[in-house]
Write a protein that binds this ligand. Sequence first.
Ligand code: NCD
Length: 304
Amino acid sequence: MKSLIDIFDLSISELDELMNVALDIIENPIKYSEKCKGKKLATLFFEPSTRTRLSFEAAMYELGGHVLSMADAVSSSAAKGESVADTAKVISCYADIIAIRHPKEGAALVAANNASVPVINAGDGGHLHPTQTLADLMTIYRKKGSLNNLTIGFCGDLKFGRTVHSLAGAMSRYEGIKFVFISPEELKIPSFVKENFIAKNNIEYVQTTDLKSVMADLDILYMTRVQRERFFNEEDYLRLRDSYILTPPKLDTAKSDLLILHPLPRVNEISVAIDKDPRACYFEQVLNGKYMRMALILKLLEVE
Ligand code: NCD
């Protein structure tokens, strides 16, 4: 039984396989509409979510399966003090597969170590978010035709942005990749990402606080929200939240085939005027995320 806790739980060839299945689902949805008949997905969300939870649920419904949903911690036994380990054991008796989001780093791993069914990490604190990475990779692949030879700018909250950590890890395994990390001093990319992914794969990278000075170099601009819920005090959040607001004039020097990505939710960091720009791909990411989650559920449930 396999779980997805970290994007490195999937090899490059498994990622290719998931993208191929997702492309086939897009072409032939009917072929997949009963693949998970009789199977149940439990979504355990101990943190707010719109996209990720509903995307998992839509994915399971489109595969003909059922969904058991725990949308918030307040209404669950966690409010009575139940451990993640016990919850995982209990839910394994009801569901064939579990997607869990939790505010604590490592919670999904604890769930996987205690569940008797596959567990998917749908975000563990400010740590990792591998299924958003599946959406990101699919979007880059469909738009660029390859995941090699790209300069990727990550902009915003690189410290707490778990989608950034997982995507940087994933992209560090491809050829000809360069990273540009654009953030305020206080929100720089953490050392675990630099040591475990970037240094290990000898990836060239620069760090800057200035988006404008690097815009022309980028093939991909991955914007992120400042993660208010991870701040110790509101003043720091208020001071940093509008560090980068992408507006049309800021794209003056950008490449004509730049991809602008964002895991969403957007707060203020991309002006709505950018939405009309053909380089804006964040709503396509949402759709790709659903197809990749369908492919992932099929893989983890070992459905042919
Ligand atoms: C992201 C997350 O939860 O980390 N959202 C998502 O799943 N698409 C990004 C965010 O909340 O800023």
